[in-house]
Structures are given as C-alpha cells and as structure tokens.
Design a protein around this ligand. Sequence first.
Ligand code: TEU
Length: 549
Amino acid sequence: MVKQDWRKSVVYQIYPKSFNDTTGSGEGDLKGIIEKLDYLQYLGVDYLWLTPIYESPMNDNGYDISDYYAINKQFGSEADFKVLLKEAHKRDLKIMLDIVINHTSTEHPWFQEASKSEDNPYRDYYFFRKSEDGPPTNWMSKFGGNAWQYDAKTDSYYLHLFDVTQADLNWENTSLRHELYDMINYWIDQGVDGFRFDVVNLISKRAFQDSEKIGKEFYTDGPKVHTYLNELNRHTFGGKDLMTVGEMSSTTLDECIKYTNPERHELNSVFNFHHLKVDYENGEKWTRADFDLFELKRILMEWQEGIQVDNGWNAIFWCNHDQPRVVSRFGSDEDEATRVKSAKMLAIALHMLQGTPYIYQGEEIGMTNPHFTSIEAYRDVESLNAYKHLKEQGRSEAEIMAILDQKSRDNSRTPMQWSNERHAGFTEGSPWIDIAENYQTINVEAAINDPNSVLHTYRELIRLRHEHDILTYGKVIPRYMDDPNLFIFERAYEGETWLIVANFSKETVQLPHEIDISGTMMIGNDKLNGDIMNPYGVIVIRKTCKIEV
Ligand code: TEU
C-alpha cells in the first residue's frame, strides 16, 4: 500500500473574488486571504487551493487567462503573492494554484498573434478552421451556442469549448506544450505546493467531425491525453513534493484509474462530477428536480470501490465554485435547526469516505444558496446564457428563476460571510454580487463562538482524518444500498471498523433491524434513541473487531 502524507490532507478552496476584500473595491484580494490565514489554520486544513489569480479580463472569473505569469491587479501584486506564500508556509498551510491549460483568454498575446494571419507562428497554438457553410462541426459550447466562433479577419472559425473568449489550445503543438511546462515550472520555482488542473481531460481532441450529441465524444479523455499528462508530469512536478488534482469533465472510472495510478506518473488525484448530476432531469442541468439518493449512493460507492489506495486516488467533495451549496441541495435550509443538522450530516458522510476531502469556502459554516429572485442579481456567464436560452424556449420568468435558484454557479459565489456586520464583513465597498441575507446568523464569527456550530464539526472531521489512518487507508464497504433514506457504509483497517449511518431524509427512520450499532461514537449529530434515526441524523461508530452484518 502506498502510504504518503499528502493522502491524509484536507484542502480548502478559496474563490478569491468572494473571499475577503481589503481595498473596498467590492471584490476580494490576496491581502484579504493573508488576513484570514489564522482562521484557516484554526480550521485545521492542510492545503489552500486558490482559483485562478492571474491576469484576466474576468469574463469567466479568471478561467480566461491573458497572462499566466502576472497576478491579476484586482487581486494584488506579485509581491502580495510572495507574502501570501510565506505567511501560509509559516502556518504550515500549503498553496495550490489553479492551472488552466485547455484554453486561454482571447486576450492572451498568443491568441492576439494567432488571429492576425494564417501564417502567424502562433496560429497553430489554437484550432482555427476554414468552413464554407457555417461552423466546422455542430459541437456545442458548454456555456451554450455552437463551439466555433467566426473570426472575420482571416475568414475562419476558432474552437471554444467554453465561453467565446476562451479559445481552446492545440496540444498537438510541441512548442505550445513546452511553453506551458515552462510556465508551470515558474510557479514551482516561486514555491507553490500543488496544482489543480482545470478540465485537463479535454486537452486531446479526437477528430473534428459532426456529433450525434454535443461533441463530447470527440474531446473527452481523448487519444493522447495520457501521453500529454505523463509528459507534463515528467517536465514539471514529477518526483517533487507537489500535490496535483485534475478536474475531469464527464470522464469514466477506467480513465480516472489511469490518470491517478501511481505507476503511470500522471496526476495524484481526480475530481469527477457524476455524483453531482443526480438532480439533473434526464441528464439536463437546466432543470429543477429532486435529487435521487439511490443514484447518489450508487455513484459514490462505484468510485469508492473502483479507485482504492493502490490503483489511484479520488478527490471527494460536495461543493466548489461551480456547484450550488450542498446544504440547500442534499440537505435543507428551510429553518435554522434543520440547516445545522443537515449540514453536519453531509459533512460527516463525505469526510468518512476515502480520498482527499475538499472544503469550499463557506461550506464549513453551512452557507446556503442566496435564493436570488431576479435575473439582475446573477453575474455568471453560464447562468446568463442559460437564462437567455430558457427564455427563447418560452419558459416563464418564475420557472427560470426557480431553475437558476437550484443550479446557478452564482449560488456558491456570493461573498464569504465573516460576521454580522455590514456586507457580512466581506467588504467596506459595494460587493460585486449580493450577499445572502442570512449572513446575520450564518457567519464565521458566530460559528466560532457557538460550540454546536457546523464549523466545529468540520474542525473535528479534519482532526479525525489526521489522527486516524483508517479514514485515509481503510477499505470502503457499502451496506444496505437499497435503503431509501439511509446512506450506510463501513471503513475497515487493521482489525478496526467504523460504521457510518447517515439519514439523508427529512423523515424519522428506522435502522435496518439486523444492524449492530454498539461501539464508540466517534462523531455524529444525533442522539441514539433505540433504532430510530432522526431527520438528517448521522452517527459514526467505531468497533475494534470486524462486525458481520
Ligand atoms: O469547469 C469545468 C466544467 O465543465 C464545469 O464544472 C462547468 O462549470 C459546468 O460544466 C458548467 O455546467 C471549470 C471551472 O471550474 C469553471 O469555473 C470554468 O468556467 C470552466 O472550467 C472553464 O475554464
């Protein structure tokens, strides 16, 4: 078994624009992160992942990079970043940067050059194609519309799988690949400790042909992706003490084993999103639907059993800057007691799984969706495009607002709630996006002072992971998968078993009658009352010898 320290770590994700503003601009900055390092140390996490902080026109909040080497002035300076690194390291906090190498902003000098003429040396860094009758293929952009944009200057189209200002890079081009490796090495030399690679399984395009669907089969886990990642590894972080995680869009378990199998020297770990599509009606995101617990359990367990310590590694998470808040999604924010109870249940259920847990800013205090009621409140390019398309389909304003309330990426991008002061203590200016109204009760200051807050459950979970190897290395054993309300599994390691029972429903439910819940309660949010689990209750029981159920 490959025992390595990084596997025991917990990552905290920071979305700098919404974290903490020290200038009054209404947007967060690096100094704001530095100011909160003591808090992050108190929380107990090991790594901080910062979403992109580089120069960017910010059409996709930094995932549209125009200079990989410069810090976005909105966030601060190169000097601020150096201070951040130093201050983080002083507190034993490591820094992971977000690397976006599937595409650049169309404002990047490479693209500016490439679009000048067909014989420009940078032309081949991107995918430009001539086409007489409309776009070269029928692929859809992930943010809506065709994935090819017409560029009149050279009478051709360029590929953008995301926004029109995010042009896809051509990894077939060797000098492009080496420019990207040099850039990553620059950040390694600056002293960063890890990387999150944005949509990195899309970098190898299979063929430019019309699709029967939306084009995914021509660029997802493409033919050369493993060769490229292995090359990336060898030229940059391979053999160094850096943690890496790849964000994998619509991938498969088999591919993810390949991405993370230590023998293949690609990446340490992967994010996949299959478990976060269980509230998509017929696989369609822009719908409003209840979540399917059977599917959620099935998918989580398929990945837990499929990827184990020896063949790879999962990143485990409920939240990030692209996902709605989990307590509003798989729990309930209907009233304060239920919010706290369900947020703790979700935290415990996730942190008992195998893999590297990721906590997204605000999740640790049980932040909720903001429940915006007007399109004016939304900022995200994907949500605004979706609004337009749903309108074109003739859907009513009320229906569209209900869908965005459940699915918009802005649900997680509202400012961090630090205190009950004006603007939740996030800014002294006017925030770039509205703050959830519940900041008066849900905020870090209140959470620190309340021993029963969600925050203290997260602190405890991080401590347990650091102290008990079973959470990192223990085998995961699914139990009672056909129970309609309970998520039950065990972890087993060196003669010890932990039993996890989590009630994902609003109902009081009975435990399966043969289950043995004797042992030591390690963490939970429920008082055991015979064989009854309260709504959103969760218990974790440790047994010192293996139980047979
Ligand atoms: O996201 C990739 C991705 O495909 C999504 O999670 C996406 O937001 C979702 O499918 C939309 O429905 C990454 C980043 O996390 C995201 O913020 C960027 O917008 C995207 O890549 C492009 O760089």
